[in-house]
Design a binder for this molecule. Structure first.
Ligand SMILES: Cc1cc2nc3c(=O)[nH]c(=O)nc-3n(C[C@H](O)[C@H](O)[C@H](O)COP(=O)(O)OP(=O)(O)OC[C@H]3O[C@@H](n4cnc5c(N)ncnc54)[C@H](O)[C@@H]3O)c2cc1C
Length: 386
């Protein structure tokens, strides 16, 4: 066999890999042992936010001036990939919302005062952050949100409701989308909203199919008064900022989907070699060898599509099409992988305490949250001029 040529594109340096090993060890030692317990309890200890903060995991790509590490996006990729080894998607969701979804926009367009008040304590894990965009009547159609922020002197007065908000029951502040102007996308603004404000309440915690340790809330705003200086970025430019922020959210979802799929396959191969039927390991039946070979190939294809999007994102190039493709392909694929891996586990796969059962429930959210697969197809077809 001739020697293989070196891989031309290797995103992870030795430093990235050393960081990856640290995150893996943390996830396997401190989080994994509690995966089932936290899932059954429907929450994890809030102290974990501070632990993640201490380890620098909430501010990987954030500005060191506010407590971040100022590292490149490949560190975030390594982090999100290893986070699935906690085997509790609820913890992963909460921490990724904190560091990668609710706060990057504050770092990008917030004032120094907003960074001091909201961003810095969030990166330390002292304040819990949530991203509140979706509403009972507006999920995919962000331009249809109805929560209003009316100007009153130097204040904004907020009324309305938000739904499916991750970290919502215990958030100290929200990165919140509100209507400040005309109907449609041109009348939306973002604000930083401290949840201690009078008139704010958590209507209820939603009981979900999976991601059980992550709290998902319905929020209510009744004449909530905040200073106008908590506007995030320019008034009525919120839609644009939300769409920009979605890229990071969707990319990290794709990375998570690929990593979760790879871990499901790793587990399934191990189980399939140990578990015997008709005197032989079930993984030795050709149907399973071929199924695993096919899924493994598709996961590898999704991984490199996702890395392509991550590379563009890391270089701050326009990556909307590639990020949407990666989210679509990786999150849809995770459904097939989870279904087949559960099937390979037979009856054990249907037992709640098994890792594969939890993963099967957890990955289901991936094609819905952060933009559905159908919306990804809308974006991709529009970018192709259709
Ligand atoms: C676990 C979880 C966590 C979440 N966390 C957050 C959070 O932290 N913050 C937040 O703001 N939101 C959050 N969400 C909300 C999530 O972003 C929305 O659920 C999602 O965007 C879909 O919106 P929807 O539920 O209103 O579905 P709808 O928009 O009502 O869509 C219903 C169906 O119609 C399809 N559809 C809609 N429009 C089109 C179209 N143009 N073409 C074809 N099909 C279409 C959709 O794909 C979907 O299949 C979370 C959701 C989940 C499940």
């Amino acid at each position: 066999m001739p020697e293989r040529p070196p891989v031309a594109f290797e995103p992870f340096s030795e430093d990235h890999q050393a960081f990856r090993r640290t995150v893996r060890e943390f996830c396997e030692k401190e989080l994994r042992p509690h995966a089932l317990e936290w899932d059954l309890a429907g929450e994890f200890p809030a102290a974990l936010f501070r632990r993640f903060g201490e380890l620098g995991l909430l501010g990987i790509r954030h500005d060191p001036a506010w407590g971040g590490s100022g590292l490149d996006y490949w560190y975030v990729v390594a982090y999100a990939e290893e986070l699935v080894r906690s085997r509790n998607a609820g913890v992963g969701t909460a921490m990724l919302v904190q560091g990668e979804m609710a706060t990057p926009i504050i770092g990008d367009i917030g004032t120094d005062e907003q960074k001091r008040e909201f961003l810095a304590p969030a990166l330390r894990g002292e304040k819990i952050a949530a991203l509140a965009i979706s509403e009972p009547d507006a999920g995919s159609d962000v331009a249809a949100i109805r929560t209003t922020a009316r100007r009153d002197g130097d204040d904004l007065v907020l009324n309305g409701s938000k739904m499916w908000i991750s970290n919502g029951t215990r958030a100290d502040f929200l990165t919140l989308a509100v209507r400040t102007g005309e109907a449609g996308y041109g009348g939306i603004s973002l604000v930083t909203f401290p949840t201690g404000v009078k008139g704010f309440s958590v209507s209820r915690k939603l009981e979900k199919v999976g991601n059980l340790a992550s709290d998902t809330a319905v929020l209510y705003f009744d004449d909530c008064r905040i200073p106008r200086r908590w506007l995030l970025g320019e008034e009525n430019q919120g839609f644009y900022h939300i769409m920009t922020g979605f890229q990071g959210e969707r990319l990290v979802a794709a990375v998570t989907a690929v990593a979760a799929s790879a871990l499901l396959l790793e587990d399934a191969m191990r189980y399939g070699q140990e578990r015997k039927a008709f005197g032989r390991p079930v993984a030795s039946f050709q149907v399973w060898r071929h199924r695993l070979a096919e899924l493994g190939s598709r996961v590898e294809a999704a991984r490199w599509l996702t890395y392509r999007a991550a590379d563009l994102f890391n270089r701050k190039e326009v990556s909307v099409k590639e990020v949407s493709m990666a989210k679509l392909v990786a999150c849809d694929l995770a459904q097939d992988v989870a279904y087949d891996c559960m099937q390979l586990h037979g009856g054990m796969g249907y037992v709640v305490e098994s890792d594969v059962a939890r993963a099967w429930r957890d990955v289901r959210a991936l094609t819905i949250a952060g933009g559905t697969s159908e919306i990804m197809k809308e974006i991709i077809s529009k970018s192709a001029g259709l």
